[in-house]
Design a protein around this ligand. Structure first.
Ligand code: PRP
Length: 174
């Protein structure tokens, strides 16, 4: 880790945010069942915590894996699908996409387009974090935890060269 990482969001703040988001989701999905689709890898910690707060029955947990090409470019980045979901699982279901962070918006846009093609009954997304300064594609975040500045962050599932996902808080390392 770089010297002097800055704690941006404490584990307690994350936990309170997860409770707030789960309450909102439960209100909106009252009487329904949910399929959660996490976008690997970064979302797995958030998804695990969120799922355990939800009262809404989660009838299926799935994951998709995307990979970015053209990282560092402004306009030529595209997203490839490395692992997807069986369309039969999504069709006719209420689907909630779970993201750790929305940055350029490319991953979320790809994930939503991919799942929309599978004809869910409804499709929404929850993101723990949003970095709006970095946005390249417009994204509607139905349930948002926190907006953060454009800093390099790690922890709570988010990596730096695959490391530091295990940290219980979120740190800025720039
Ligand atoms: C991160 C994060 C989001 C995506 C957001 O994943 O987990 O899925 O980037 O960025 P975007 O809005 O610019 O698309 P990353 O590609 O770093 O992979 P990882 O989750 O496996 O670490």
């Amino acid at each position: 880790m770089q010297p002097n990482p800055t704690l941006l969001i404490s584990p307690d703040e994350i936990a309170a945010t997860v409770v707030r988001l789960s309450t909102l989701i439960d209100q909106d999905y009252a009487g329904q069942e949910l399929v959660l689709v996490g976008v690997l890898k970064g979302s797995f910690v958030f998804l695990a915590d969120l799922m355990r707060q939800l009262q809404t029955p989660v009838v299926r947990v799935e994951f998709i894996r995307l990979s970015s090409y053209g990282a560092g470019t402004v306009s030529s980045g595209s997203v490839a699908v490395q692992a997807t979901v069986d369309p039969a699982i999504v069709s006719g279901k209420h689907v909630l996409v779970v993201e750790d962070i929305v940055d350029t918006g490319r991953s979320t846009t790809k994930a939503l387009a991919l799942l929309q093609d599978m004809q869910p009954a409804s499709l929404q997304m929850v993101a723990l974090l949003d970095k709006p300064e970095r946005r390249e594609l417009p994204v509607t975040i139905d349930y948002l935890g926190m907006t953060i500045p454009d800093r390099f962050i790690v922890g709570y599932g988010i990596d730096w060269d695959e490391k530091y996902r295990q940290l219980p808080g979120i740190y800025a390392v720039d």
